[in-house]
Write a protein of this length. Structure first.
Length: 177
């Protein structure tokens, strides 16, 4: 792919969204309870966008090094079926996922925020990150959201793709009239 193209020129080609969790779907902080439970906070607007993408027929996949089962439950509740937690070789997992569904890497938007996401971001057509991502990640992204991780960055990229493809709330008026 041509790296001189504006990120907006890629939006029509996206069929698949892949997201990291910590630092992307969450703000990257973990609250540790007295009994050792690790709690994460997710943005409800990101959740709405994920559900909207699933309902619009996009492939949505989660690949994360973390392994919190509460995260899995939340994402399944949004209709996401391809959830890979505890993954330490994200690029290999992405390759396997793309093989299963016969997806071209050029049609994939991946949003990550830190060094473990670097190899994946070199594979996909549209690497993206939240505003507060690591500098090394920002350097290789075609789009850096104006939103931080866990604060609407996922909603930002999904909404842009769906709007360009006329799939963002196309039936909104009929639902609420």
């Amino acid at each position: 792919m041509d790296n001189d193209r504006s990120y907006k020129e890629y939006l029509n080609e996206i069929t698949t969204f892949v997201f990291d969790v910590d630092g992307v779907l969450t703000d990257g902080t973990i609250t540790v309870t007295t009994n050792g439970e690790l709690l994460r906070k997710m943005n409800i607007k990101d959740g709405y966008a994920l559900k909207t993408a699933v309902d619009a027929g996009f492939n949505v996949c989660i690949i994360s090094g973390g392994s919190n089962e509460g995260v899995r439950k939340r994402l399944k509740g949004l209709g996401i079926t391809d959830i890979y937690l505890g993954t330490h070789h994200k690029a290999e997992q992405l390759d396997e996922y793309m093989d299963i569904y016969n997806i071209d890497a050029n049609n994939v938007l991946f949003m990550g925020d830190d060094i473990p996401d670097y190899p994946v971001m070199k594979i996909v057509g549209l690497p993206c990150c939240p505003q507060d991502a690591a500098p090394e990640i920002k350097d290789i992204c075609k789009y850096v959201s104006h939103k931080n991780g866990g604060k609407g960055a996922v909603r930002d990229v999904i909404e842009q793709v769906l709007k360009v493809q006329n799939k963002w709330n196309s039936d909104f008026s009929s639902k609420y009239d």
